[in-house]
Design a protein around this ligand. Structure first.
Ligand SMILES: Nc1ncnc2c1ncn2[C@@H]1O[C@H](COP(=O)(O)OP(=O)(O)OP(=O)(O)O)[C@@H](O)[C@H]1O
Ligand SMILES: C=C(C)CCOP(=O)(O)O
Length: 270
């Protein structure tokens, strides 16, 4: 079975979420170096890279309230400006991959998904699948999307990666894993300690300690992330939430070694 790892590079890590439009280029380069190492150590491993919007897309999405719909000309302009912001950040990241010699191809989710009242109703991931088969590394990101009821909205990288994890898992020829790399050590409990494992069984006890982002963020922060990842744990897809500031942590998580962070899994598939 082929191994497929979906990596989310959190906007909290690759940008300074408290400084509008501030990318962390050095951090991006370090993460790309780790991904190069992973490819060297396991050349047959397939990867899809997603990147969050950080202090780029979340700023404009908040300003234009794009997540709640696109109804007038000003909203339409906002929708387009948010799209440009996410493209701008993705381009900075894609350049780092290309400079490292990794064949990353940027694929805007706006062209692949449609929602109805913010719910995903249509997806066409064929370009991602074909890019993977052709030996490219698809690069996706949280984006604006067309919505059949409210005109337009926002879809997070996390939601897209969860959909992609299901899409490839269902095909039966991929062992799928999702790794979210952020500017946090993992998911913290009420004492600020990293929770090593979240399962459907222990979630009720720890839920109260998990909240939204402290920065401008329109897609829900940590609570949204954990709940989306929990929803695919029952499929046997493990999701890791790890600290991207610790050198080697991403390599270890992808290659299945001891990792600082939180794993979200059902517990039934081990
Ligand atoms: N229990 C918790 N553990 C960790 N972070 C938490 C917790 N509760 C709330 N948070 C907040 O959630 C944030 C992480 O969510 P956020 O969506 O900002 O991350 P991201 O996915 O890296 O960013 P982006 O959405 O821009 O890609 C943390 O920085 C913190 O402010
Ligand atoms: C704000 C926009 C446009 C996308 C949000 O994606 P995320 O940062 O992955 O939650």
């Amino acid at each position: 079975m082929l191994e497929l790892v979906l990596v989310k590079l959190g906007g909290s890590l690759i940008t300074d979420k408290n400084q509008p439009y501030t990318a962390r280029l050095e951090t991006m380069q370090k993460l790309v170096t780790e991904i190069s190492l992973i490819k060297q150590q396991n050349p047959s491993l397939k990867m899809i890279i997603g990147n969050g919007a950080g202090s780029f897309g979340h700023q404009s999405a908040h300003k234009y309230n794009t997540i709640n719909g696109v109804f007038c000309d000003a909203d339409k302009l906002g929708f387009c400006l948010v799209h440009q912001d996410v493209l701008d950040l993705n381009r900075l990241l894609a350049n780092c991959f290309l400079e490292a010699g990794l064949p990353v191809v940027s694929l805007p989710p706006l062209t692949m998904v449609v929602t109805q009242n913010k719910k995903l109703v249509k997806t066409d991931f064929s370009v991602i699948e074909n890019s993977l088969k052709a030996g490219f590394i698809p690069s996706i990101f949280g984006d604006v999307v067309l919505d059949q009821v409210i005109g337009g909205t926002i879809i997070s990288t996390d939601s897209l990666l969860v959909e992609l994890a299901k899409y490839f898992h269902i095909q039966g020829n991929y062992q799928v894993k999702l790794i979210n790399v952020g500017n946090y050590r993992g998911v913290y409990d009420q004492n600020g300690q990293v929770i090593p494992e979240i399962t459907p069984a222990n979630y009720a006890q720890i839920k109260a300690a998990i909240g939204k982002s402290e920065s401008i963020d329109v897609t829900g922060g940590m609570i949204q992330k954990v709940e989306e990842f929990l929803a695919i744990s029952d499929w046997g897809i493990d999701c890791w939430i790890i600290d991207g500031n610790i050198p080697g942590n991403l390599v270890e998580a992808v290659l299945g070694q001891a990792t600082v962070g939180t794993v979200i899994r059902s517990g039934e598939y081990r």
